[in-house]
Unconditional design. Structure first.
Length: 456
């Protein structure tokens, strides 16, 4: 299949240029200039921006959380992803205690069959011992070169010392480990205190884990990484205080990668007071306008590396488990379909940064760090034909019911988006046309190389 995209604004890593783009089979063969060639399909992209396929660095599909499981599995989650312009998701395969990493990898491989976008896995680990360490080469062989550890959640939580050891070991292998940064002890104490005072509604979820709780975790991570001589990667950064600490670490010469999420750019803590406030119960919680401003400015300044969704969806019936006790609410929200349109509306239309920076934050930098570049993340001859045609002038209202996710709510319900992914090419095939998914189940596993540590 040869597809020719005409009259587009092509978004390269350093500029936007008018031109055409030609795909042949699974690859881009030419990006830029005027192309006239015999093809199977011509797409007129006049007025639209053409990006390398977006990469969502942070999803949780088909994840068991306590006694429940996320509303979206890979079938529904990846349909929503690709409809929103995401051609690759990096989901967190989870090594539960007593399980091998290989068990977790096989389990996730199985879950991800029939995905509608490409997918790779980070390995979230709950143990770090000789057995797990011995599995690292096997993970690398299987294309898993990024890992995750949590400072919270009793079934996953690891100590700072363990994180230090893991970071030190993995840095030598040019693998990286992302950390969920929060102070678990303080959260537990505050939850206990709030519940004893009868403060059990959703808004107290945020009260139980204020900004400094994240900043403390970021600080401990930075110090451990400093001593380990390893890169530090903060997942879902949400606060200006955490950002300030990461900045200080960079100032003393550390290699720091920062991820944030759309929810921390457009949603606010006061939303917990809504009747459906439980849908905003996620960790870290929603913050303030001042935090949004700090994160957006940091994105504009190139201090934040990429934007993932942390899509971890639950229905309102599942969320109701926390009706009388916020701490029993399953944590997470649905966002995988709406990332690009929200970032575009809030940050590009809002005047914080341009389309080039949007391309870096939604695709290129993730491709680089996570071992997929230049196969993905760039419009270049020889790169994979994963492409998004983004219409900057397509105003619409986000509705959970219109999303392809399998969830009856969206934290972005009612959000007025200014643009949207119009067409999506995945592995050389047109899978989304005029915003409609026309070919499902076309996703493939992305075998990733070692990390491309571009801040080293
Ligand atoms: Zn997450």
């Amino acid at each position: 299949m040869r597809i020719l995209i005409k009259n587009a604004f092509l978004v390269f890593e350093d500029r936007v240029a008018r031109g055409d783009l030609l795909c042949d089979g699974r690859k881009i063969v030419q990006a830029g200039g005027v192309i006239d060639a015999a093809v199977d399909k011509v797409i007129d992209a006049a007025g639209c921006y053409v990006f390398p396929g977006f990469i969502d660095t942070h999803t949780h599909f088909d994840l068991e959380v306590g006694s429940t499981v996320t509303a979206d599995d890979f079938v529904t989650g990846t349909k929503a992803a690709v409809a929103g312009g995401t051609t690759t998701v990096l989901d967190f395969a989870t090594q539960e205690r007593g399980m091998t990493m290989m068990d977790a990898f096989r389990k996730w491989e199985n879950k991800a069959k029939n995905s509608s976008c490409n997918y790779g896995f980070h390995m979230a680990v709950s143990e770090w011992n000789e057995e797990r360490i011995a599995e690292v080469p096997l993970m690398i062989e299987n294309g898993v070169t990024s890992f995750k550890m949590y400072m919270v959640y009793d079934n996953m939580r690891l100590s700072d010392g363990v994180m230090y050891e893991a970071m030190k070991y993995l840095a030598k292998e040019d693998c990286i480990i992302g950390i969920h940064c929060e102070n678990d002890d303080i959260i537990k104490a505050r939850v206990k205190e709030l519940k004893a005072a009868g403060k059990t509604s959703s808004r107290y979820h945020a009260v139980s884990r204020p900004n400094v709780v994240e900043a403390d975790g970021v600080g401990r991570l930075m110090d451990a990484a400093y001593l380990a001589g390893a890169p530090a990667w903060v997942v879902h950064l949400s606060t200006r205080e955490g950002l300030a600490i990461a900045r200080q670490a960079r100032e003393r010469g550390q290699e720091v990668y920062l991820e944030s999420c759309p929810q921390y750019l457009v949603l606010e803590e006061c939303m917990y007071d809504a009747p459906d406030g439980a849908k905003f119960v996620m960790s870290p919680p929603l913050r303030s306008k001042a935090d949004q401003e700090a994160l957006l400015s940091a994105m504009a300044a190139g201090e934040i590396d990429w934007i993932g969704t942390d899509h971890c969806s639950f229905t309102m019936a599942q969320k109701a488990a926390g009706r009388d006790d916020f701490s029993k609410t399953p944590n997470g929200g649905a966002g995988v379909q709406n990332r690009a349109e929200i970032v575009y509306t809030r940050a590009v239309k809002g005047g914080y940064f341009d389309m080039v920076q949007m391309g870096r934050l939604l695709s290129t930098q993730a491709a680089r760090l996570f071992g997929m570049y230049p196969r993905k993340g760039v419009l270049r001859a020889g790169s994979d034909a994963d492409i998004v045609i983004f219409d900057p002038d397509a105003p619409h209202t986000i509705r959970a019911a219109a999303n392809l996710h399998n969830c009856d709510n969206s934290p972005y319900e009612g959000y007025e988006a200014a643009g949207r992914a119009r067409d999506v090419i995945l592995n050389g095939e047109l899978v989304v046309e005029n915003g409609k998914l026309i070919a499902a189940g076309k996703g493939e596993y992305v075998h990733r190389e070692r990390c491309g540590r571009y801040r080293q």
